[in-house]
Write a protein that binds this ligand. Structure first.
Ligand SMILES: [Zn+2]
Ligand SMILES: [Zn+2]
Length: 308
């Protein structure tokens, strides 16, 4: 699993920092979290390839998180026979995309499914054969969702010694057991997967939460994740802006990480008031509370390994 920071800024794109957007690549598919104005520029720089774009998850209907969607959709429409795409997000995201298409008269040669927040408290927003995506409301100046992507667990390790001891020769029977099916041994005994497989291995989990004040739902979204991409928009000296505009300081993000204990914290949605040279200060403030932290830079790529 690869996490690519398409952008790490907030409010407005800057020449040196595009708007917060995270692409997660897994098994040839790409799951994109937010697409602000100009998202396709860094998307192209990162050479992600639009054919695999499977889903866009939108946190909220502020321009810096959704104005890039029409461009991404048009980009995908330039392919021949593209696969369908799913857009998930707050109520209104469907209307936003449909109105853009109508007004701008752009054609799309693939189906778009929409899944809008139904008003429940928590739950699974989307799932496919590899993973599921969970969402929970956070607390911003307008309705905003935080996300957690969970790769499905994998079967435990296959114990070949055990299999041989049970009289199963190496071959297709091993494959069947590995895929979770029971088999008959040559002597007629039925062998089920739990006889030869170790404990289930957890898939990789990542969290993406931006544009919020600190609330408990962020802790559950980030709980024990392998990577948490959290807003760290301001230094402590500008915390009154965080409070007033519904954002997190880097210190608050670190405080959440301390409670949720992700393996790694990456700060994103950085205020345009900070230059590249200020990122070290954001990191320093956060690291005083949660050690495993860094400020994200545009086009950073993180390889997420299995927890074991
Ligand atoms: Zn924002
Ligand atoms: Zn916002």
């Amino acid at each position: 699993m690869e996490c690519i920071l398409v952008g790490t800024g907030g409010m407005m794109p800057m020449p040196y920092r595009m708007l917060a957007s995270l692409a997660v690549r897994l098994n040839g598919k790409v799951y994109l979290f937010d697409a602000g104005e100009g998202a396709q520029i860094n998307w192209k720089k990162a050479r992600i390839g639009v054919r695999g774009l499977r889903l866009i998850a939108v946190t909220h209907l502020h321009a810096d998180h959704c104005l890039g969607i029409p461009g991404m959709l048009m980009l995908k429409a330039q392919m021949e026979a593209p696969e369908p795409i799913t857009i998930i997000g707050p109520p209104g995201i469907r209307e936003f995309v449909i109105q853009c298409r109508k007004t701008l008269e752009f054609q799309i040669n693939y189906p778009i499914d929409f899944i809008e927040w139904p008003g429940d408290k928590t739950g699974i927003a989307f799932s496919d054969e590899h993973l599921r995506i969970l969402w929970e409301p956070v607390k911003h100046t307008r309705f905003c969702l935080g996300y957690r992507l969970e790769e499905f667990d994998r079967p435990g390790r296959f114990d070949s010694q055990k299999a041989l001891a049970l009289g199963l020769p190496m071959g297709p029977l091993w494959g069947k057991l590995q895929s979770g099916r029971s088999v008959a041994a040559p002597d007629g005994r039925m062998i089920s997967p739990e006889h030869v497989l170790g404990p289930t291995r957890r898939g990789r989990h990542i969290a993406y939460v931006v544009d919020t004040r600190p609330v408990p739902s962020i802790i559950s979204l980030c709980k024990e994740a392998d990577m948490a991409f959290l807003e760290g928009m301001f230094l402590v000296e500008h915390s009154e802006h965080a409070d007033e505009k519904g954002h997190l300081t880097a210190t608050e993000a670190a405080g959440i990480a301390k409670k949720a204990n992700p393996a790694r914290l990456v700060l994103v949605h950085i205020s345009p008031r900070y230059e590249k040279s200020d990122l070290a200060r954001l990191e320093e403030e956060a690291a005083a509370i949660f050690k495993s932290v860094q400020a994200g830079r545009d086009l950073d790529v993180f390889e997420v390994r299995f927890p074991e």
